[in-house]
Design a protein around this ligand. Structure first.
Ligand SMILES: [Zn+2]
Length: 280
């Protein structure tokens, strides 16, 4: 349990109190020291709060949140990487009707690391490969049902036909969705054998996306879902969490190997059953 707790300091300055007193209270998991100075009618309140920080073993023991991974939202293709717009809408509707609440990567991170609470029946929607229909079809269908999700971008496709433009990526972020990185041009991390590839696939596109959305890019989805321990260790320097598919999680870097399942074009009740059977 070493390093289990981190301490955070919050200082409030209120301009409403007079007088000069000092109090200290000790609640469950929280120490409050109040220091009131009467110069200029200012109250300074110092709160020292314990913040839980789970280690890798503790993270691995937590109940998993189901994470769905979509690629194409397009009919006429008979594979697991494509779901027709009608099936996609029916899957979201069933999730909504069954009381599922979508969460974002920041919420998942705070739950895994700091034991933050989550809404009832949490799940996550994620989208890979920067397809145009992610903003023309997926996002509007999600917004109808009050769902938010994470969109993982390959920056090589920016502004190309059938793919998201830079402006559309920025719009997704402004609408409250999370934008994450999915490499520059989909080369798998197991091939990043020198710093040139790390720069090309991770460092430069992460910076480019940050400039596009004007926010930090904290999440990564592995191209093809493929990862190894060495890559997870390196990615841990760049991202709060990285998403794999249904491989075994890394015992040292569980945050860099968060599991997702590809959402196949199944009838909604089958998808929900499969989701619940897949995640611990
Ligand atoms: Zn991909």
């Amino acid at each position: 349990m070493q390093n289990k707790y981190k301490f955070i300091l919050i200082v409030f300055i209120l301009l409403i109190f007079n007088g000069c007193t000092q109090t200290a209270s000790n609640k469950d998991g929280e120490i409050t020291i109040t220091n009131i100075e009467d110069t200029a009618s200012t109250k300074t309140e110092l709160i020292v709060e314990k913040l839980i920080v789970n280690n890798a073993a503790e993270i691995l023991q937590k109940k998993e949140v189901p994470v769905l991974c979509y690629h194409r939202i397009e009919g006429g293709r008979n594979d697991v990487y494509s779901v027709s717009p009608e099936v996609f809408a029916s899957q979201l509707q069933a999730l909504s009707d069954s009381g599922y609440n979508s969460i974002l990567p920041d919420q998942l991170y705070n739950y895994l690391v700091h034991d933050a609470s989550l809404p009832a029946k949490p799940f996550m929607l994620t989208f890979d490969d920067s397809r145009k229909e992610h903003i023309t079809i997926a996002a509007p269908e999600m917004e109808k049902r009050n769902f938010k999700g994470a969109f993982f971008i390959m920056t090589v496709t920016n502004n190309k036909k059938n793919y998201l433009t830079k402006d559309e990526i920025s719009q997704l972020s402004s609408k409250g969705h999370t934008v994450g990185l999915h490499s520059w041009d989909h080369v798998m991390v197991t091939k990043y054998n020198d710093s040139t590839l790390w720069k090309q696939q991770v460092i430069k596109p992460q910076k480019a996306l940050e400039n596009m959305v004007d926010k930090p890019i904290d999440y990564w989805a592995y191209p093809n879902g493929v990862y190894n321990h060495e890559a997870a260790k390196e990615l841990d320097k760049h991202f709060k969490m990285s998403f794999i598919l249904l491989a075994k999680r890394d015992s040292i870097y569980p945050l860099q190997s968060v599991r997702r399942m590809i959402a196949p074009p199944l009838a909604p009740e089958k998808l929900i059953r499969s989701m619940n059977n897949t995640f611990n």
